[in-house]
Design a protein around this ligand. Structure first.
Ligand code: ATP
Length: 804
């Protein structure tokens, strides 16, 4: 009778998390803000150099410190990473254990370098394969080994086989024994590491990569190299096989559309990449929560990537996460975000078990296995109900002493809840955007099919177009279904939010130290609200970006019809349409200025500040507040005035709007003197008109002005008009908040207001206002303008940071 061993014992383990910091590259053009201590601790310095000792001791810096299993400094090679953090796990694969290694990090942080490597510094994929074959070679047990290899990529939520020349779309299936499998994926039998390396190189050459602003060879897909080792034990258990599986994953990098400066297809790829990374981040969040609090729904089904990684994240696998980070100060947010998720991933537990099977299994053996599994299930159920009752009893049993830590936990959960909602909303938004592109393509395909059919009915081209149409239709349907699912998750998330809020309110009203607790909870909630505002701003950015692109396309289309700009302007004028925003050529009354690259001190990102008639990206000129800069005007005619710029503060968008009466730049030099006549400005926020602000902020009255009182009043009224006509018509709730004032040495007031400035001036009474952060001038066409025809010039700086 064939023999079978009871399922091998399970061992619970946590994810091994290693952080790898890459060296600074020429592209970074920044400062190294990463410090590694004791190979286990990583310190991320505040990118703002102006913070001093006082800021630090008062905890006002953005410095962050994390501890991990391993931390690798920029000088470490891939071999160092492999030997210290991975080698021992790979050895388990030929003993029938599963292992997953995945690199996680933002775009350009070094994931592909770590996983694939170079000739001189081979990556983890290469080193792992070599180990497997070395170990098999050294094994003297007379067991027979079979190694197979597969290589797939997930691109735009579609799975392709990288070992097939022209792979079709592959589907995921749930197999009761093997878990998630990719149906139809080619598994090639290999006898040496060299053969796999050959396949790896072949697969890599088929991988989708693009050059983006952030990385010259950015991977646009997630790649999973699967190595299966089957071992037939010839002596001790002749009917037994053990199977080990190694998955090596190179994820595509999370990115912001603004940073990669991508549009069209690249933007859509980015949206899909972000969507699956968001899904991964949500799974990591939920799994981390699960370990701490017992229960949490883990949304594996939200993307193909998370379904493929399911085993690696919670099933039978020893898993290693390599969090890759860039040391550049400009990448601070990405770095902290990656480390935050890596920190959370430390909590994730997996359950490792040898995969033992038999060649022939008798029914009674199955019965024994089922019995064992059922026992395990009932044990788990018991543990689960204990955990649940502990959870529900928690608020009641809390003592006065742990009240604060309970509140801490609650506010932590609230912030996770908000983060989750932001992620969900972002995913939903990106989904909708993808579908928008899909629908456009569908329309184009329908047109193309109709045209082609006139030439050749049901020919090869028509067939190909129809096939593509079907793919798009399927994508639309899948995305719609997923959208409904996201909606439901958002609703569940909001319900949880209300529950949490109620719990906090109850705690406050039942506690003796009410005021302190109230302030504490308000403080935290404000922090959360701030995160939400940033998210909304980022959403807005994305919408504006898409709209600009559409507008630009429309312009190009119109011009390609043979009309010249003058004709177009006449036509649009007749139709009563206001021309604004991007123009393919700059003659239509729009002047751009080019900020000089010698913009004084401070950090300057030319990529994001350049105008060049490109689709504008979000400006990220990181000048600390009131830092000095010089601006060069390209043209000095009477309506092109140089932009004036005031500082930007973290998490805020500031603009400075000045009603200049001459084209000279009113900039402060390091010597604290003003160019020209100094700034003369009117300020407003969405809910406060300039007049109102002037009344509310006495500092404004101290402004030095070259204008007479009546002239100043006239300008003020103009600002009032602008405000009434434009800002009040916007969704004011999501526009900026706050303002900042300071005085220069001569007593002049310098003010900045937070706002979404270019939204403010969209549609409003100037002709041809190029919307965008670099907007600096516009020509007047309104009768109530001051006689010099000088219009507000403004430069906005926006900083909207969020990541999955
Ligand atoms: N350890 C390292 N040593 C030297 N150069 C490195 C290192 N890590 C990364 N780089 C360089 O940094 C750049 C970006 O690396 P890589 O392409 O691996 O990033 P990525 O995270 O895979 O990006 P994406 O997500 O866009 O694909 C490359 O030019 C790479 O050569």
């Amino acid at each position: 009778m064939p023999s079978i061993r009871a399922p091998a014992a399970k061992r619970t383990t946590t994810l091994t998390v290693a952080v790898k910091c890459r060296p600074l590259t020429e592209r970074d053009r920044g400062r190294n803000i990463i410090r590694v201590h004791n190979d286990k601790e990583v310190l991320v310095l505040d990118p703002d150099l102006s913070k001093d000792y006082l800021d630090r001791i008062q905890n006002r810096t953005k410095e962050r410190r994390y501890n991990f299993d391993y931390v690798f400094a920029p000088i470490s090679t891939n071999l160092d990473v492999y030997q210290r953090s991975i080698h021992s796990t790979i050895a388990g694969v030929i003993q029938g254990l599963n292992a997953t290694v995945f690199a996680y990090g933002s775009t350009g942080s070094g994931k592909t370098y770590t996983m694939v490597g170079t000739q001189d510094d081979p990556g983890l994929m290469v080193l792992s394969l070599k180990t497997i074959f070395d170990l098999i070679k050294k094994d003297n047990s007379c067991d027979q080994f079979e190694v197979t290899c597969s290589y797939l990529e997930v691109y735009n939520e579609v799975i392709y086989d990288l070992l097939e020349r022209s792979s079709g779309h592959l589907e995921l299936r749930e197999d009761p024994e093997q878990g998630i499998i990719v149906a139809g994926l080619r598994c090639i039998k290999v006898n040496s590491a060299d053969k796999i390396l050959e396949l790896l190189n072949l697969g890599n050459s088929r991988r989708k990569t693009e050059s983006t602003e952030a990385n010259e060879t950015s991977s646009r897909s997630h790649a999973v190299l699967g190595i299966n080792v089957t071992r037939k034990q010839s002596k001790k258990y002749p009917n037994q096989v053990i199977r080990g599986k190694l998955s090596l994953v190179d994820l595509a990098g999370s990115e912001r559309a603004s940073e990669t400066n991508s549009g069209g297809k690249k933007l859509r790829d980015g949206a899909n990449i972000n969507r699956s990374l968001l899904a991964l981040a949500n799974c990591i969040n939920a799994l981390g929560k699960q370990q701490k609090k017992g229960l949490a729904y883990v949304p594996y089904r939200n993307s193909k990537l998370t379904r493929i990684l399911k085993d690696g994240l919670s099933g039978n696998s020893q898993t290693i996460m390599i969090a890759t980070v860039s040391p550049a100060d400009s990448q601070y947010h990405h770095t902290v975000n990656t480390l935050k998720y890596a920190d959370r991933a430390k909590e994730i537990r997996t359950h490792i078990q040898k995969n033992i099977g038999t060649i022939n299994t008798h029914v009674s053996d199955y019965q024994r296995m089922i019995d064992t599994l059922q026992n395990e299930v009932s044990q788990l159920r018991k543990e689960l109900s204990e955990k649940e009752s502990q959870l529900s009893a928690k608020p009641a049993e809390k003592s006065v002493d742990d009240e604060m830590s309970w509140l801490d936990g609650l506010s932590q959960e609230t912030s996770e809840n908000v983060q989750e909602r932001i992620n969900l909303q972002k995913a939903l938004f990106e989904l909708e955007e993808t579908n928008l592109h899909n629908r456009t393509e569908l329309q184009q395909l329908d047109d193309a099919i109709a045209k082609q059919q006139e030439i050749e009915k049901d020919g090869a081209v028509v067939q190909a177009l129809r096939q593509r149409r079907q793919v798009i239709l399927d994508n639309i349907r899948d995305n719609d279904e997923l959208g409904v699912h996201y909606q439901m998750e958002i609703e569940a998330n909001e319900k949880r939010r209300y529950q949490l809020q109620e719990m906090i309110e109850d705690a406050i009203s039942n506690n003796g130290n009410k005021t302190y607790l109230r302030v504490l909870s308000q403080y935290r909630l404000l922090g959360i609200a701030n995160t939400e505002l940033q998210f909304e701003m980022a959403m807005r950015d994305q919408i504006i970006c898409s709209q600009r692109e559409a507008q630009r396309n429309m312009w190009n289309l119109l011009l390609s019809l043979g009309l010249d700009e003058k004709q177009l302007l006449e036509l649009t004028e007749k139709q009563g349409i206001t021309i604004e925003d991007y123009m393919p050529t700059p003659q239509v009354g729009v002047r751009y200025y080019q900020p000089s690259l010698d913009m004084g001190c401070g950090r300057y990102s030319p990529s994001s500040c350049s105008t060049n008639n490109k689709l504008h990206t979000r400006a990220r000129c990181g000048f600390p507040q009131h830092q000095n800069l010089s601006v060069r005007s390209l043209s000095k005619d009477n309506w092109t005035v140089p932009g004036t710029y005031c500082g930007e503060e973290h998490h805020s968008s500031y603009y400075y709007m000045s009603l200049n009466h001459s084209p000279a730049a009113y900039m402060r030099l390091s010597s604290q003197h003003w160019f020209g006549n100094g700034p003369n400005s009117q300020y407003c926020t969405p809910d406060r008109s300039p007049l109102y602000l002037r009344n509310s902020f006495p500092q404004m009255r101290t402004m030095v002005s070259p204008y007479s009182n009546s002239r100043q009043e006239q300008l003020l009224n103009l600002s009032q008009d602008i405000w009434t006509n434009s800002i009040s018509q916007q969704n004011q709730a999501t526009l900026g908040v706050g303002m900042h004032t300071s005085q220069d040495t001569q007593g002049r007031t310098n003010m900045t207001c937070a706002s979404d400035m270019y939204n403010v001036f969209r549609n409003r009474p100037f002709e041809n206002i190029p919307a965008g952060p670099q907007l600096v001038s516009a020509k007047a066409n309104s009768s109530n303008l001051p006689e010099t025809s000088q219009l507000p010039s403004f430069v906005t700086s926006r900083k909207s940071s969020f990541s999955p």
